[in-house]
Write a protein that binds this ligand. Structure first.
Ligand code: XBP
Ligand code: MG
Length: 252
């Protein structure tokens, strides 16, 4: 019955937000001579808005920056975002951010089990490529049948658009797929696309309300590095393809 796994990227495959995206944004602000700076707490608050360009616009408005209402603001944000993407890719190329525990193992066993793989993310396509190439090798890009990313759909998460796009491209109904997310905006997006969802939360998202998710864990885990399960349980120390499929039969 389950034919495909669809993965979010930021926060799910790797902890990219605090030490990746946040740092790249701050570098872009400094390069542009702006006094903007996003500390870890401020960034946690700004994560309520997905998409880097949208996040910058929200920051200017909500923090009453002098650029608010400037007719050239959109153009300025587009320039800053291009620089931020360059910084982020360079950061990953110089110092790859590792995948979260169990991600590589789960992807490999899904491939062995002939489960189709895809990505549904709000992040820019170059960021996905840089993460996968550095963490898993160039060939890993071919593991994913569809990489749905960035501005390819009109509305970013929490809208269902990116998941709907991926399902359409794969020609699969939501009932044959499982989504993997880490945040409330991601969970709202996958749920709105009618997908059963496995959540691995992180420092920025552990307080989010994931009620109704099939499974909520701190990480997929490894035999020697078990998961802490918050909601529902597979009865196993670490997450496997078999346990995901077994659990999905119980809830679907
Ligand atoms: C990820 C995001 C992205 C990144 C920045 O959300 O919100 O906006 O923080 O990426 P998700 P860009 O994990 O739900 O996909 O700057 O490339 O937009
Ligand atoms: Mg995410």
């Amino acid at each position: 019955m389950i034919k495909a796994f669809i993965f979010d990227v930021d926060g799910t495959l790797a902890d990219t937000e605090r030490d990746g995206h946040r740092v790249a944004f701050n570098q872009a602000f400094e390069q542009a001579g702006l006094d903007w700076f996003w500390d870890e707490d401020t960034y946690g608050e700004l994560l309520s808005v997905t998409g880097g360009k949208e996040r910058m616009k929200y920051y200017v408005d909500s923090h009453n920056k002098p650029e608010k209402g400037n007719p050239d603001l959109l153009e300025m944000i587009i320039g800053l975002h291009a620089k931020k993407t360059e910084n982020y890719v360079a950061l990953l190329n110089n110092n790859a951010i590792p995948l979260r525990p169990g991600v590589k193992r789960l992807l490999e066993s899904a491939r062995d089990a002939k489960i189709r793989l895809a990505i549904a993310t709000t992040t820019t396509p170059q960021n996905v490529t840089a993460l996968l190439e550095n963490a898993l090798g160039k060939e890993s890009l071919d593991w994913f049948e569809v990489i749905g990313a960035g501005d390819i759909v009109p509305d970013k998460k929490p809208a269902p658009d990116i998941y709907d796009y991926v399902l359409k491209e794969m020609d699969l109904p939501a009932s044959h797929c499982i989504a993997f997310e880490d945040s409330i905006n991601g969970y709202k997006s996958s749920s709105a696309a009618n997908l059963t969802t496995v959540i691995t939360y992180n420092g920025y998202t552990e307080q989010d309300d994931f009620s109704g998710a099939m499974l909520v864990l701190d990480q997929y885990g490894e035999p020697d590095d078990p998961s802490v399960v918050l909601e529902k349980t597979t009865g196993e120390a670490y997450l496997t393809v078999e346990s995901i499929i077994k659990l999905s039969h119980e809830v679907l």
